[in-house]
Design a protein around this ligand. Structure first.
Ligand code: NDP
Length: 286
């Protein structure tokens, strides 16, 4: 039986409407949630992402401030801006769009964002808090993936979950979130042996590799929940995931499409994180 689609657009709309309702409640109490988005350089994909985030803010009633800096911006200049936003009590979330130009140390910039304003969940303190299971701002992509898995009604506890990819922004935090839900988690990467065999045992399979069609149909366990994080521009000029969609759809119980899957959820989770950050900084509950 073909897999059921996990519709990222519909779920994202739900998450954004929750954020909008929470934002309206905060505004009534005198707090206007505000996200500062910093873009350095002219990377076309980054420009699209930033525009999308600003539009999402407008939809949710969140104020946004865009800071566009030239590619020649020095690390000291960028750190000065982040420092200024960190001090500004009207700004609740700071998002520095990655990747940054090669001459800037990304980790130094991320570390300069105060953890309470780190709505991407990338700062060392937030990463540590997540690892310890303490309250923190969760990184948007893996948190969105988790919500998509949960939307299927799957009981994650005790399931074999396989995450392909171990990046700091997707693979590793995804594995931690699944572990926190009591899955038995395996993380695969470029040095993994028998990757296909490991994937075939996955009740929950998350692909975050960055290679079009990397997960083939024979790597999918019948009845699995398959989450495709990959965004790859194909030779046809269109966006494709890491999963061979048509083949996986024949085996999986649930599958996310690309586009229209994890991407919209990532953006929606950012809105939720921003409103939650505003509430915490104002001492208000949602
Ligand atoms: P990275 O390039 O940082 O990480 C890729 C991971 O895949 C690495 O851990 C790498 O292993 C692993 N990998 C590469 N080749 C193989 C292989 N042959 N076998 C097994 N593992 C392999 O990518 P990201 O995590 O940042 O992103 C992954 C994908 O997700 C990209 O397509 C990106 O565009 C997309 N993405 C989508 C988002 C969304 O909102 N939908 C958000 C963020 C990313 P190793 O560590 O050994 O090198």
């Amino acid at each position: 039986m073909p897999a059921q689609l996990i519709d990222g657009k519909t779920l994202a709309a739900q998450v954004k409407s929750e954020a909008a309702a929470a934002c309206a409640a905060l505004r009534q109490k005198g707090t206007v949630p505000c996200l500062a988005v910093v873009l350095v350089g002219e990377d076309p994909a980054s420009q699209v992402y930033v525009r999308g985030k600003v539009n999402d803010c407008a939809q949710c009633g969140i104020e946004s401030r865009e800071h566009r800096l030239p590619a020649s911006t020095t690390q000291a200049e960028l750190l000065a801006l982040v420092g200024m936003l960190a001090q500004d009590p009207a700004v609740h979330g700071i998002l520095v769009q990655l990747p940054l130009p090669a001459h800037i140390d990304e980790q130094a910039v991320i570390s300069a964002i105060p953890p309470e304003k780190d709505v991407d969940g990338f700062s060392p303190l937030n990463v540590g808090r997540m690892q310890l299971g303490q309250p923190c701002c969760l990184p948007c992509t893996p948190a969105g993936c988790l919500r998509m898995i949960e939307s299927t009604g799957t009981d994650i506890g005790g399931k074999n979950a396989v995450v392909v990819g171990r990046s700091n922004i997707v693979g590793k935090p995804m594995a931690l979130l699944l572990l926190a839900k009591n899955a038995t988690v395996t993380v695969c990467h470029s040095k993994t042996q028998d990757l296909a065999g490991i994937c075939r045992r996955a009740d929950i399979l998350v692909a975050a590799v960055g290679r079009q069609g990397f997960i083939t149909g024979d790597m999918v366990k019948p009845g699995a929940v398959v989450i495709d994080v990959g965004i790859n521009r194909g030779a046809d000029g269109r966006l494709h995931g890491d999963v061979d969609f048509a083949a996986a759809a024949e085996k999986a119980a649930y599958l996310t499409p690309v586009p229209g899957g994890v991407g919209p959820m990532t953006r929606a989770m950012l809105m939720g994180n921003t409103v939650a950050a505003a509430a915490r900084q104002s001492g208000l509950s949602l």
